[in-house]
Design a protein around this ligand. Structure first.
Ligand SMILES: CC(C)(COP(=O)(O)OP(=O)(O)OC[C@H]1O[C@@H](n2cnc3c(N)ncnc32)[C@H](O)[C@@H]1OP(=O)(O)O)[C@@H](O)C(=O)NCCC(=O)NCCS
Length: 174
């Protein structure tokens, strides 16, 4: 896959972006086995996009060859001094490297646009794909929150991954 074909388009309050995100959040097929589908209203998505700068909570649409193939987010933790990141790729577009590359672009954007010295990702312990991606990029498994996740009434453990700015140096210019 040519890296230049993917870009993260900042999500804005437009029908096109909200329709896409609403479809993703509410579809079990897209959210996969490790993320719950969200019971979020269309208006709530619009509101959260409107407040992105104020909340330090940024959403991106992943664009590949002109197509919307997923979404990504990066936001300042409300409790701690780090940014949390996450990436979702549409099922039909998985396993061709898009998830890996979207993580790299998202990490670079976050480190270049915010002074945070650390990134965190919370991942279902059984989410092999996401764990492989994070570990390849330099994240460390820092702990496991037992039974912190629940999907369709099944409890599961959540792995906590962290990376310091210095450990991600190859991905950012600053
Ligand atoms: C996690 C996710 C983003 C990965 O996206 P992707 O585009 O499929 O990832 P990649 O193609 O870059 O794959 C990266 C590596 O993960 C591994 N992998 C991918 N899918 C896998 C699977 N289903 N099972 C085991 N390993 C898998 C492969 O080793 C792959 O590397 P390689 O083929 O180069 O050896 C995608 O599966 C997804 O959107 N899942 C649902 C949302 C989610 O769980 N997000 C993470 C938490 S926020």
């Amino acid at each position: 896959m040519e890296g230049k074909m993917i870009e993260l388009e900042p999500a804005v309050v437009s029908k096109k972006h909200i329709d896409f995100l609403y479809g993703c959040y509410c579809s079990e097929a897209v959210q996969g086995n490790f993320q719950p589908t969200k019971t979020i209203s269309y208006e709530r998505i619009a509101e959260s996009l409107r407040l992105q700068d104020e909340m330090f909570k940024y959403v991106f649409i992943i664009v590949y060859n002109g197509l919307y193939v997923g979404y990504a987010y990066s936001y300042l933790s409300r409790a701690f001094n780090h940014f949390e990141i996450g990436v979702t790729v549409m099922p039909s577009m998985r396993r061709i490297g898009l998830g890996s590359f979207a993580h790299q672009v998202l990490i670079a954007w976050t480190l270049e646009n915010h002074k945070t010295h650390r990134l965190t990702a919370y991942v279902s312990y059984d989410n092999t794909a996401e764990r492989i991606i994070l570990e390849r990029l330099g994240f460390h498994l820092e702990g496991v929150m037992r039974q912190a996740g629940i999907i369709r009434e099944a409890l599961h453990d959540i792995a906590v991954y962290g990376a310091l700015r210095s450990e991600l140096a190859l991905m950012c210019k600053t």
